[in-house]
Design a protein around this ligand. Structure first.
Ligand code: ADP
Ligand code: MG
Length: 295
């Protein structure tokens, strides 16, 4: 089952095309990262699927059905740090949130425990660290035990300890069977926390799928020869690499990490009558792959 399927979603703000026809599917039980640099359209996307923004065109479905209130009640959303009352305790704030949402009052002790705030539930919100405020916001999303959580940059502004706590919490929610859709501009975060990803670049989807398939580093082998057309013709028939690219006088071959065999490439080219004058292996980091996808 798909938790969310979006179909050719577009959003224009006047002349700014924030989303230019994006489609992807979020399978049930995944931690699904929407990854892209600032301004790539992540928040706009989450705004549309949470019914805060209207798309210019395109559509989306929730739980394989046209979205209704019933579906939205199964989704906890955290788009920006909500306006809690500074002079009230964490627990009082959750009681107010539960009353506003009309659900989850009986759930307050459980959600406080989930986000590790039971000890501090009676302290005023104003005395909370940013990390605690963020966790209280997630606790508020968890009221009523929704099946799906939508989080926009949930670790933004936090210190390393705060970041680690939120990431642990997300993993725990995942283990409990929830589907989590989260926007992030941090490659490292998506790699650590998410099982699936959709990469956005200036409002366009550049890749989507399993994190282990999309975000893998690669071995890049560069080969060169005096006769580049002959080299290219030989390489095109070579079995193994996932992709070729011309790079000036060199041809680049891309292999899954750890599988490039320089001797085999050299032998093969020689057997095809091409003598290499260049053969080198470069490791390509995830960062460089991400930059290539998004720049
Ligand atoms: P992200 O969350 O990935 O940083 P956003 O969805 O916030 O990206 O923004 C996508 C693009 O839309 C950006 O160019 C941004 O400046 C523009 N944008 C976002 N909100 C508005 C708005 N209310 N009015 C005009 N332009 C907007
Ligand atoms: Mg944003």
């Amino acid at each position: 089952m798909s938790i969310l399927s979006i179909e050719n979603l577009r959003k224009d703000y006047g002349k700014v095309q924030a989303l230019k026809g994006v489609s992807f599917d979020v399978p049930k039980g995944t931690v699904f990262g929407i990854l892209g640099p600032n301004g790539s359209g992540k928040t706009t996307m989450l705004g549309i699927i949470t019914d805060i923004l209207r798309p210019t065109s395109g559509s989306y479905r929730l739980f394989d059905e046209d979205p209704t209130e019933k579906h939205r009640n199964q989704i906890g959303t955290f788009l920006e740090t909500p306006n809690f009352y500074h002079y009230l305790s964490g627990e009082r704030n959750l009681r107010i949130a539960a009353a506003i949402k009309g659900r989850g009052a009986e759930d307050i002790p459980r959600v406080l425990e989930m986000v590790n705030l039971t000890q501090r539930k009676d302290s005023r919100f104003s005395t909370y660290s940013l990390g605690m405020k963020q966790r209280l916001a997630i606790a508020s999303c968890l009221l009523g035990n929704p099946e799906v959580m939508i989080l926009d940059e949930p670790t933004n502004g936090l210190d390393p300890v705060g970041i680690a706590e939120i990431r642990e919490l997300i993993k725990r929610l995942h283990r409990e069977g929830k589907t989590i859709i989260m926007a992030s501009h941090l490659l490292d975060e998506v790699e650590k926390v998410c099982s699936h990803v959709a990469i956005l670049k200036k409002g366009t989807l550049v890749a989507t799928g399993d994190v282990n398939e999309i975000l893998v580093s690669e071995d890049v082998v560069e080969v060169g020869a005096a006769d580049v057309p002959a080299l290219r013709a030989a390489i095109e028939k070579f079995d193994g690499p996932s992709q070729y690219k011309d790079n000036g006088n060199l041809v680049q071959l891309f292999f899954p990490v750890g599988t490039a065999d320089l001797e085999r490439i050299n032998q093969y080219c020689f057997s095809q009558g091409v003598v290499l004058n260049n053969l080198s292996l470069k490791k390509k980091s995830l960062e460089s792959k991400f930059m290539e996808l998004t720049n």
